[in-house]
Write a protein that binds this ligand. Structure first.
Ligand code: PLP
Length: 358
């Protein structure tokens, strides 16, 4: 892939690798002013932490797939400065808002978060000089709240719905957090960095995560992704299908809360933090991108996160385990899905207080 010259402030994507020359979707305008020069990478001097976001390594899980027919590529999103993929969307959403004038110097940014988007926004707001208020359910792990506070964010914790258990955040819990985030945004006249609504969420993955995967892997047959807002799935799947419509894209949900697969909710309080909220309507998730839905149990997500750590030396969270469990399902059951890409969305360090690491 060739991009615009450093310093011209404009990125132009042209695919240099043969079958990936299909023009990008109009949905995600790729000629975008960016304060960040894409040419800067991890091995170059960064002008700020913002330049250290993205360009994460892609690792072949050769030990876990030994003896199986096929390959799984894992994108190490826990190596972003906030230890999650959400740094990417935080930067994109803030830069989009600056470009449109929705965010002005001195403004406050508010967002509902399970911790990772909040950490990304705390980093971006610290580097750019905005106040940030993170609104989070008490059901999410405490490490996240403490990290956001350390980064200068004001953290507002919202009680879970009656009967809910810590570590198991349901759609009902999330509705309470949403209500509070709206109230704070109104009261403070703040900019709401709404990851469920703003196209910048999906666009960050369309512009960066997925092209990086294509370039690093040399090509894939399938992608599967555990869905929260649906931004990662939508942005990556759109890019993959623009490159090659034959690439199969599967979304991943918790067993017992697989509403996007059309199933009834029997277990809303699963352990896979960051998604699986059993929300039928996800504005960023375009249905034409979905080739199929996969379900993963808590037990499988935990086991696979632990195997990632033990066998591959990759210390990641619950949803990374869910993505790996789903990719192994695909590898074992779907003909033609031989090279599968997954994200490892965040770090295992964020779950030291949970039963993921006994
Ligand atoms: C750890 C983790 N995994 C997965 C997801 C889901 O990602 P997306 O919102 O892009 O669907 C999130 C979202 O917050 C997350 O924090």
């Amino acid at each position: 892939m060739i991009r615009g010259r450093a310093g011209d402030g404009v990125e132009k994507r042209q695919c240099a690798i043969a079958p990936y020359c299909i023009p990008p979707a109009a949905t995600y305008n790729l000629t975008v002013k960016s304060s960040r020069s894409a040419i800067l990478s991890r091995v170059r001097l960064c002008r700020s932490v913002l330049d250290a976001i993205g360009n994460t390594p892609l690792v072949e899980l050769a030990r876990i797939t030994r003896g199986l027919d096929g390959t799984i590529f894992a994108k190490l999103e826990f190596l972003n400065p906030g230890y999650s993929k959400k740094d990417r969307i935080a930067l994109q959403i803030v830069e989009d808002a600056e470009a449109s004038g929705a965010l002005q110097p001195g403004d406050t940014v508010v967002e509902l978060t399970s911790g990772n988007t909040g950490t990304g926004l705390a980093i971006v707001c610290a580097a750019k000089g905005y106040q940030f208020v993170a609104v989070m359910s008490r059901g999410n792990s405490t490490e996240r709240a403490r990290m956001m506070a350390a980064l200068g964010a004001e953290v507002v914790l919202v009680d879970q719905a009656p009967g809910a258990r810590p570590g198991q955040v349901s759609g009902e819990d999330l509705a309470l957090v949403e209500e509070r985030a709206r109230q704070i945004t109104r009261e403070r006249g703040a900019f709401r960095a709404d990851q469920f609504q703003l196209a910048g969420n999906a666009r960050a993955h369309y512009r960066h995560t997925a092209p990086e995967i294509m370039q690093q892997s040399g090509g894939i047959d399938a992608f599967c992704d555990f869905v929260g807002s649906g931004g990662s799935f939508a942005g990556c799947a759109r890019y993959f299908k623009d490159c090659d419509p034959a690439i199969q894209c599967y979304l991943v949900e918790p067993e017992g809360a697989a509403v996007l697969a059309g199933q009834a909710v029997t277990r809303p309080n699963h352990k896979i933090q960051g998604g699986g909220y059993a929300m039928r309507d996800l504005p960023l998730l375009e249905r034409d991108l979905i080739d199929g839905c996969l379900q993963v149990s808590d037990e499988a997500a935990l086991e696979m996160a632990r195997r990632l750590a033990r066998e591959e030396g990759l210390f990641a969270g619950f949803s990374s385990g869910a993505n790996l469990a789903a990719a192994l399902q695909l590898l074992e059951t779907k003909h033609g899905c031989d090279r599968i890409a997954i994200l490892l969305p965040d770090s295992g360090l964020k779950y030291l207080s949970t039963d993921l690491w006994p």
